[in-house]
Design a protein around this ligand. Structure first.
Ligand code: CTP
Ligand code: MG
Length: 381
């Protein structure tokens, strides 16, 4: 079913303590807000609005990346005002289901979305909710009293309602106080509300210690994948060779359609292999004139961007160059730095090694140079 998403990220995160507001902090290496954008986009949102504090457009736009159907809106002083700002910016028909989601709940995924859209077929609003498991106590006048927990549920987001219904309900809200969620607004307007299965992973980041728990849960939702790549190019007349993105003066060059950087080619194939995306030739056909003489940096960047687009990240890579000459060791650190920059990872995540084959085989006879690589990536499970 077609649906639209509103991610509210206009809060100032006072309870999380000193430092940046929680939507910009990193969770397992990615900004909190980015998790929800990627998850709802992947779950099939036809369009989305991210509601942000004033002055944060540049930072938020970078997180939207290449998503032409996503836009930004500036939020208000309360969550309710921010949701309304999002609705205003959302150009979809009145009957389109809208999922309103707290940026502070980064671990949403497609399963939550499917259940909500299904529930919306028979209810005016739907939300994931978890039965309260702990006994509750109320503190009153210095004394504490037990509160029966029977029938109590914890409301989470995303919360679903059709766009027209939600907008009208917000417009008619007359209190008491400020609504803290969307289902409450539809309900106050006479609408029916359905509960879908809640999930501990939909926890809201509110206090500093919540980040520790979310890191653990984020790890649980990721899976690791390995890929390997191999490439070889023939030596020919020339004065320099490109290896792992570094130019080395040499009395020969490697012959190829692009710059013949076998190190980058092997590593690109390793990354593509880890995400099951074919090989370098599928993405950059050697028959296509636009790749003639191309800097192979482009190929590796493309593969790394594909990992990121899937909500994944590169954990580590290891490249082995196989040749008798040139000597690789003097250039190894420059190669690691170049690869780390191209992949957007730290130096510690990149290894470059070299070996000869002691005169044996095509590399030993110096007919050509070979490279092999492995890449380990983490992808959403
Ligand atoms: N939110 C919003 N606009 C506001 C207030 C909150 O868009 N004026 C968003 C927050 O960014 C968050 C969600 O609503 O994604 C839930 O709010 P909450 O957890 O209370 O976040 P903050 O208001 O940022 O934090 P705090 O209440 O601790 O200041
Ligand atoms: Mg708040």
């Amino acid at each position: 079913m077609t649906f639209a998403a509103i991610i509210v990220a206009a809060g100032s995160g006072t309870r999380i303590g000193a430092g940046p507001a929680k939507q910009w902090r990193l969770l397992a290496g990615r900004p909190v807000l980015q998790w929800s954008i990627e998850a709802l986009d992947r779950a099939g949102a036809a369009m989305g609005v991210v509601v942000i504090p004033p002055g944060e457009e540049a930072r938020a736009r970078a997180l939207l990346g290449d998503r032409p159907d996503w836009t930004l809106a500036v939020g208000g002083a309360t969550r309710a005002l921010s949701v309304q700002a999002g609705l205003k910016a959302l150009m979809v028909p009145a009957e389109t289901p809208v999922l309103v989601h707290d940026a502070a709940r980064p671990l949403v995924d497609g399963r939550h979305v499917d259940a909500l859209l299904k529930a919306l077929e028979t209810a005016d609003a739907a939300l994931p909710a978890l039965a309260v498991a702990d006994t509750l106590r109320r503190v009153e006048d210095g004394k504490t009293v037990t509160v029966p927990r029977d029938g109590l549920w914890r409301a989470q987001t995303p919360q679903a309602a059709r766009r027209g219904r939600l907008e009208a309900a917000y417009a008619r809200w007359s209190g008491p106080g400020e609504p803290t969620d969307d289902a409450a607004v539809v309900e106050a307007d006479g609408g029916t509300v359905a509960l879908t299965p809640g999930d501990p992973a939909l926890m809201k980041l509110t206090y500093p210690e919540d980040f520790d728990m979310a890191e653990l849960l984020a790890g649980r939702t990721m899976t690791t994948r390995i890929g390997q790549g191999f490439d070889a190019h023939r030596w020919g007349p020339g004065e320099a060779v490109w290896l792992c993105g570094v130019r080395i003066d040499h009395d020969q060059t490697l012959i190829g359609h692009s710059d013949a950087d076998a190190g980058l080619h092997a590593l690109t194939d390793a990354l593509l292999g880890a995400i099951g995306e074919g090989d370098i030739g599928d993405h950059f056909p050697p028959t296509d004139p636009q790749w003639k003489g191309a800097a192979s940096d482009l190929f590796l960047k493309h593969a790394a961007a594909m990992v990121t687009a899937r909500g994944g990240r590169v954990l580590n890579v290891d490249v082995t160059l196989i040749c008798e000459r040139p000597k690789i060791k003097p250039h190894r650190e420059a190669m690691r730095e170049r690869l780390a920059a191209l992949l957007g990872v730290s130096l510690a995540q990149v290894s470059v090694k070299a070996t000869t084959t002691e005169g044996m085989g095509f590399t030993g006879r110096q007919e050509g140079l070979a490279a092999q690589a492995v890449a380990l990536v983490e992808l959403p499970a």
